[in-house]
Design a protein around this ligand. Structure first.
Ligand code: ZN
Length: 451
């Protein structure tokens, strides 16, 4: 069953592709973002379709567009969220086609933002336009938000909205990035759906030692002490934690893959064995690192500061560490795990914290995603997923909104979302995008009318 005839879909696709190409051509690289012209473009499309948008400027040049299609109010709203900013495309010479020209070549639309996430903003827009044009009186309000500044931490986008205009975005459910794209492995086609994401806990490790002259040995200097701590952190031996999302992910993945591979994956559910399996057994080291991040808090020392002159032993040395928290974990939990590893004698202080977010990996909304994916891809298998990075979901979940990453897309078997995302030659395949658009619009319609 399809909502429209194929010829009707073709008209919708044509409009969608025009909007997506236009969005890519706005250079919204963050920093500085400069999303305002792009937000105005969207606002213009919405108003010309009889929907009155709110254009909110969180700071000069930082545009956010919000619209609401009012339903009967029988059920709480559904929010469709996307961000307008993109990461840098430098050096542009590494691209096959210029990153902001939105070329249509080889069956793809090429450009920065083609996957992260202007294709999804466009799909969100098309869902809103479709509901409006069909004159559907839904049970839920449908809210559309296209926001600034996700890539640099949400200060002028989702975080700003949640802090300053919570009533505009308050909803029961939100659909955003990252999930719904196909991933082929062991002859099966999975569609991971973000149900949880890690939080951020950036902290400093400070070591102190006796200052002195560089000509006299100083084995307990601040620099030497700090390097010992860094070396310990580099071993990444923080303890294992199984969270509900990852438990569901591993159970579903292992049972669908089956055989020896499935059995090995199942062992990741066992605290005493998982670390050994990840570090010593899994042949694919890249995959092993992803599993590690799903089952542990992680720490990455990234900035080191100490000393000014070669012949002076400094009194202090410090490192900034990018720490990531699993759902259920607090900065205090992480610092205590770090303390266990590096030992005493260091000052640890947190300077940035974003909460992890997690939804019930058995939430009934997943069945709706599955139903509509299977409608166009009978072999689709959905996987609740925890992502190691953070999205706007971190902010929306503070309002109690259940955020799920669902921007359906059928990728070619040899394509990896992870590699195209933030990479050179970011692109979206037109056929796979059409598939995703059908699934998405039909999912949204069911969510606001029957769910
Ligand atoms: Zn993104």
């Amino acid at each position: 069953m399809s909502l429209f005839k194929e010829s009707e879909w073709e008209i919708i696709f044509e409009e969608t592709i025009k909007y997506l190409r236009d969005l890519i051509r706005f250079k919204t690289v963050n920093p500085p973002g400069n999303e305002k012209p792009c937000a105005e473009y969207l606002a213009e499309i919405l108003s010309s379709n009889g929907i009155e948008p709110k254009l909110l400027e969180s700071a000069p040049g930082r545009g956010n567009v919000i619209v609401r299609l009012t339903g009967t109010g029988e059920k709480p709203p559904l929010l469709l969220d996307g961000h307008l900013d993109v990461v840098s495309a430098e050096p542009e010479s590494c691209w096959k086609y210029p990153p902001f020209s939105a070329e249509v070549q080889e069956g793809y639309i090429w450009g920065r933002g083609a996957l992260d996430m202007k294709q999804a903003v466009t799909a969100n827009l098309m869902a809103v336009l479709t509901v409006k044009r069909l004159g559907i009186k839904a049970k839920r309000d449908l809210i559309f938000s296209a926001v600034a500044d996700e890539e640099a931490g949400g200060e002028f986008g989702a975080k700003w909205l949640v802090n300053n205009h919570p009533d505009l975005v308050k909803a029961e459910y939100a659909l955003g990035e990252i999930g719904g794209f196909s991933m082929e492995t062991a002859g099966k086609r999975f569609y991971p759906i973000e149900v949880a994401e890690k939080g951020v806990c950036w902290f400093r490790v400070k070591a102190k030692g006796e200052p002195g002259h560089g000509s006299i040995p100083a084995p307990e200097s601040a620099v030497i002490k700090l390097s010992r701590a860094i070396a310990e952190l580099g071993k990444n031996q923080l303890p294992y934690h199984l969270t509900p999302a990852v438990e569901e992910f591993l159970k579903a993945l292992s049972s669908k893959i089956g055989g020896v591979q499935g059995m090995v994956l199942k062992l990741l559910l066992r605290p005493g064995l998982a670390d050994f399996i990840i570090t010593k057994v899994l042949p694919d080291k890249k995959l092993a690192k992803s599993f590690w991040a799903m089952l542990h808090n992680t720490v990455n020392p990234t900035v080191v500061r100490a000393g000014e002159k070669t012949n002076i032993v400094p009194a202090t040395a410090e490192a900034e560490v990018d720490g990531r928290l699993l759902p259920g974990q607090t900065p205090e939990d992480l610092l205590s795990e770090v303390g266990e590893i590096i030992g005493g004698g260091y000052e640890l202080s947190v300077f940035k914290h974003l909460f992890p977010a997690s939804q019930d990996p058995k939430d009934p909304i997943l069945k709706i995603f599955e139903k509509h994916l299977k409608n166009y891809d009978p072999e689709a298998i959905i996987l609740p997923n925890l992502i190691p990075g953070f999205t706007n979901g971190s902010f929306y979940s503070r309002l109690g909104i259940k955020y799920f990453g669902f921007t359906p897309l059928r990728l070619k078997p040899n394509e990896s979302f992870q590699e195209l995302f933030h990479g050179f030659n970011e692109r979206v395949e037109i056929e796979g995008y059409k598939f995703g658009l059908k699934v998405f619009i039909e999912t949204v319609l069911e969510l606001i009318t029957d769910f």
